[in-house]
Design a protein around this ligand. Sequence first.
Ligand code: FA5
Length: 345
Amino acid sequence: MTDQVQEIRSKALQELEALGDPQALEGWRISYLGRKGSLTRLLRGVSSLPQEERRLAGSAANNAKRDLESALARREEDFKQQALSRKLGESIDVTLPGHRVPLGRLHPITQMLREICQAFAQMGFQVVEGPEVEWDYYNFEALNIPQGHPARDMWDTLWIDYETEDGRHPMLLRTHTSPMQIRVMENNRPPIRVVVPGRVYRYEATDATHESMFFQVEGLAVDQGITFADLKGTLYQFARLLFGPDRKVRFRCDYFPFVEPGVDMSIDCFLCRGRGCRICGETGWIEIMGAGMVHPKVLENVDYDPSVYTGFAFGLGPERIAMLKYGIDDIRLFYANDIRFLRQF
Ligand code: FA5
């Protein structure tokens, strides 16, 4: 009987290997391992064998059964793998374009800030940053704008809810980057040439050219013998670098308590090219910065001798510059988080 078992076993394994498709596996299982299968029938016959033959034949038949079962499982797995790789092979169309990797990019104002800082870096300015929550002293006092001075009304201020014992509110969200003029001069001696990019905040109604949170880039140069000609030369060069030689630049007298004389600088409106429209408030110009020669009082506040040192300072608005450069007709688009707008940059 043992011989018979071996015979069935090797025939079954041979047949199994030769099967060409998974449907045939069930037929094979039935004919060898099913209720009436040849190996099952042999196993049933074991009990009628004489005692000494029974043990040998029983163990041979059981081993053969186990071998066939595991060979069947292996073959099933083979067919599954084949089917899977066939499916994968069919679904990969190498001519299809790949999946686009969604790449982020820098916000247009971040790009603008970098371009502005780069332009000044070419002229020897260093880039520094400072706090957005600031003391009244740096934002106003040291900049020659004392308590109660009407010039404070030029900056609608957001005050921090922090009160001193004498009932004053000395902390605020900086309304401009100019407090960094003081901080830089307090910590350094001339020659100084810095630009300071950063956020500023104003308690202001918004419109096409005004935001309540926006950026500024402050500039400061202090040394012996710096004149208004240096200021103009530097700012003209900046305008040429950013806008090319064809755009018009306008300087006008303006008042800022921390400079004397003070100016503002405008570029001709990108939309109407100077004729006047809703973007430029019918003036033909869009103001991009305030500037001037550092006021002697400001120099004294940081212990610089104004009879030895002079300097110029400026504060420009990168959103306005980006609007002019790219023809954007509403500043609020920058912070509306509309991806359709942002992905154009
Ligand atoms: C100032 O803030 C002065 N600190 C600038 C300065 C610095 C003058 C150094 C002299 C010396 P002003 O408020 O004009 O000035 O703002 C400067 C620039 O910031 C403006 O020219 C404009 O480009 C931008 N800006 C002002 N207000 C807004 C606003 N609400 N939204 C967007 N940009 C603004």
